[in-house]
Unconditional design. Sequence first.
Length: 159
Amino acid sequence: MENFLDARLAAICSRGPRNYLHGTQWPHFRFLLEIYMLAALAALLTFQCLGEGVSYVFHLPVPGPVIGMLLLFGFVMMRPQTADAIEPTALELLRHLSLLFVPAGVGIMVSASRIRGDAIAVIVSIAVSTTLAIAVAALVTRALMRRQLHNDADREAAQ
């Protein structure tokens, strides 16, 4: 957290955070950065709750956080400056993403006895879904790279 705040402060202050550590302005900037992070986290959680609500009210088979992510994507498409406000907090959350898997891992270990009979089905479904995810990611990456090369060739031809 300290490194993140120092980096954000360095981006805000042209003289960098070291000059402000012993000055009176550092606490003020630190407070503002913490407020911005809390506001961005509140926005992310708000969209997740909205997604949960939509999923619950309309009895959709899609998980609420996925709907919330789609709502956030739509909102960012309408107001691009929102992405700049949320990005630092989202990147900080992504740095610690592995910690978010701990509750799921504990849940699997607690209910391991229940899924023991379905172990083969679970292993096969994990293997198939992982293979499909890798294949789709590869195909999308290939298509985007071809598109980028095509766009670059068109720009060079236009010049």
